[in-house]
Design a protein around this ligand. Structure first.
Ligand code: ZN
Length: 501
């Protein structure tokens, strides 16, 4: 192999090693670290991240990319080498454009803003963080500025996590969604909600973890190359393609919490565990974008986990394992309960029908803040107005209003939310395509057979990792561009039947 390529590969593998070591330290921090470790852990993480950043902007990487550019043109677009160099180029350009001085200023500011938010949210104290958020908006604008020219100031921030998407592409997509979601929520709200008392019957944490671990093992999550541990805010993390971990939390009086968050994180993990092993320690050993990643978690959590077929598979297992809690519950009752729709204040508690309205509100407010058409001081009021207009709900305080998400207080403003909705839309498009290719999919799920589904996803999405841009990957996997039609059909079909609309 070309010595330049080999040199580049070795350098990028070292950066990957530093980042993976940091990820392991973060995982430990969120699971087992005793409180006394916090101070040193912060320093250790920042050292690793600084070393990785320094290596990633080494001018030698730029020279190697230049030297390889003409050779890559000769190679097929989907070859390992061409994809590797393409992705390495994108990462290098991004790292180089942002001055180290700015990175340090941003990270110092955000760690203060985050600390203050952890106190301000429970205290319902918007004034305590308003000034910090003003500063974050300024810094977010400055960050976007390094990527000028652009059509809209949020475009570069969106492109970091959902490559190829822009405000101009997202606005019509969201408008289409809003057009059918707002009336759908209205219609459902006029119907009685199903019984769901049995979801609150107590089950010990240990029993819940044991049960859901068996379910995700059945999906194909490989415990030889992963594990599941307890944490406060569930996440998936990867140290190598052979070590992809999930975390979960449980509440004794809430079956859905551990169960569905584990299915969600397992969906993210199935993606990473099934990336082509040749991509190990390269920029290709990653998801294609945040939207594509979220599509996998939502697919396993919702399209599978909240389906009628899956409830039929699950019911005898629930009854055998938890007779006191589920002995008198039919699979149809379980199915209706885990698909109960209601207007709620909190995004992370939202059902499938209302979820995207929460996301849209944030996306529109982010755009307005960065454009300068909305001042931070007016944000809580703007938040209330949007909740009234999209969800017909009054927001009683800022704690469960504008202060609820960590995103704007632990990170920049702009580009952090659209991936959730892109993921929902794509999950339905992928599932529709699998069903067309495998007409007996529902019967298989009802029998607890997930291998056909996993194999399809591996062959059409997972194995490619970050080899292709999201739009190209979607086109290759489903035969068409990303569109909301499958998602609209899915939601209207499922909830129309459940609520007899
Ligand atoms: Zn997720």
């Amino acid at each position: 192999m070309n010595p330049h390529f080999q040199d580049l590969r070795t350098r990028l593998a070292e950066i990957d090693d530093l980042r993976s070591a940091g990820a392991l330290l973060s995982w430990d921090q969120a699971t087992y670290m005793p409180p006394g470790g916090a101070l040193a852990r912060g320093r250790q993480l920042s050292t690793l991240s600084r070393l990785a950043h320094e290596k990633s902007i080494d001018p030698r990487i730029g020279e190697l990319l230049e030297a390889l550019a003409p050779q890559v043109l000769e190679l097929p677009h989907d070859s390992f080498e061409a994809s590797f160099v393409r992705q390495a180029r994108r990462n290098f350009d991004r790292s180089r454009r942002v001055p180290a001085e700015f990175e340090a200023r941003l990270s110092d500011h955000l760690s203060v803003a985050y600390q203050k938010w952890t106190v301000a949210r429970p205290a319902n104290d918007w004034k305590a963080v308003q000034g910090d958020l003003e500063k974050t908006v300024e810094l977010s604008r400055e960050l976007a500025g390094f990527f000028a020219p652009f059509e809209h100031i949020v475009d570069p921030l969106i492109d970091f996590s959902d490559q190829g998407f822009t405000v101009a592409k997202l606005r019509p997509l969201f408008a289409e969604l809003r057009e059918f979601l707002v009336p759908l929520v209205e219609e459902i709200a006029s119907r009685p909600r199903p019984r769901d008392d049995f979801l609150r019957r107590p089950i010990s944490e240990e029993q819940q973890f044991k049960f859901v671990n068996e379910i995700v093992r059945g999906f194909g999550y490989d415990f030889e190359r992963g594990r599941s541990d307890k944490t406060h805010h569930p996440f998936m993390t990867k140290f190598s393609l052979g070590d992809v971990r999930i975390t979960t939390r449980a509440r004794e009086d809430n079956f859905s919490e551990a169960f569905f968050s584990s299915l969600h994180e397992a969906g993210h993990a199935l993606y990473e565990q099934n990336i082509d092993p040749r991509f190990e320690a390269t920029p290709l050993a990653d998801g294609a974008s945040s939207g594509v990643h979220e599509a996998q978690s939502r697919l396993w959590e919702n399209l599978v986990g909240r389906s009628r077929a899956f409830s039929k598979y699950l019911q005898p297992r629930l009854q055998a394992e938890f007779p006191a809690q589920f002995g008198d519950v039919s699979s149809d009752e379980f199915y209706a309960a885990v698909n109960s729709v209601g207007r709620s204040l909190i995004r992370t508690d939202a059902d499938e029908v209302t979820y995207n309205l929460h996301v849209m509100i944030r996306f529109e407010l982010e755009c307005a803040l960065l454009e300068g058409s909305l001042q931070v001081a007016d944000l809580p009021q703007a938040w209330r107005e949007k909740y009234k207009s999209y969800l017909n709900i009054e927001v009683p305080d800022d704690r469960d209003g504008v202060l609820q998400d960590v995103h704007w207080f632990g990170g920049t403003v702009g580009g952090a939310f659209q991936g959730y909705t892109l993921g929902n839309i794509l999950s339905a498009q992928l599932f529709e395509r699998v069903r067309a290719d495998e007409p007996s999919l529902d019967e298989q799920i009802e029998r607890g057979e997930f291998n056909t589904l996993l194999t399809w996803l591996r062959d059409h999405v997972y194995r490619y990792g970050a080899q292709f841009e999201p739009s190209e990957l979607v086109e290759r996997a489903t035969g068409s561009a990303l569109g909301i039609e499958p998602y609209r059909k899915y939601l209207q079909g499922k909830f129309g039947a459940l609520y007899q609309l």
